[in-house]
Design a protein. Structure first.
Length: 122
């Protein structure tokens, strides 16, 4: 059942699409915001979905296991490089994309050590 609700979220200056809490939102062909109660999945996740979720979970666990000083280094590097991504999202991007070479460039530009020296550049 689709419910055409008020454009409260657009009034607040956001563009909502996808799941937000217990609701699902999308924009209709007539440019109206459509929302309805989120439906539970009708089948279990695929092997690929489970694999990718586990990678993201491992990245979050890895971040939490970093000493505070290393987390602060990631934060300072993103600030110095004036990146629009947060330090946490940068770390997860690096973790999920095997992007050592890109992080080494960031290290050189910011003069902040982010990766251990024994790791090789991909």
């Amino acid at each position: 059942m689709r419910i055409f609700g008020p454009n409260l979220f657009r009034v607040l200056g956001t563009i909502v699409s996808g799941d937000l809490g217990p609701l699902t939102f999308y924009t209709s062909k007539r440019h109206r915001l459509v929302w309805f109660p989120k439906a539970p999945p009708d089948k279990p996740p695929t092997v690929w979905q489970t694999y990718r979720r586990n990678i993201w979970r491992a990245g979050a666990d890895s971040w939490r296991s970093l000493p505070q000083q290393e987390r602060d280094n990631w934060k300072e590097a993103t600030r110095r490089a004036r990146l629009t991504i947060t330090h946490y999202n940068l770390y997860l991007w690096w973790f999920t994309h095997d992007a050592d070479a890109s992080i080494r460039v960031l290290e050189n530009n910011t003069r902040i050590k982010l990766l251990p020296t024994h790791w090789t550049t991909s």
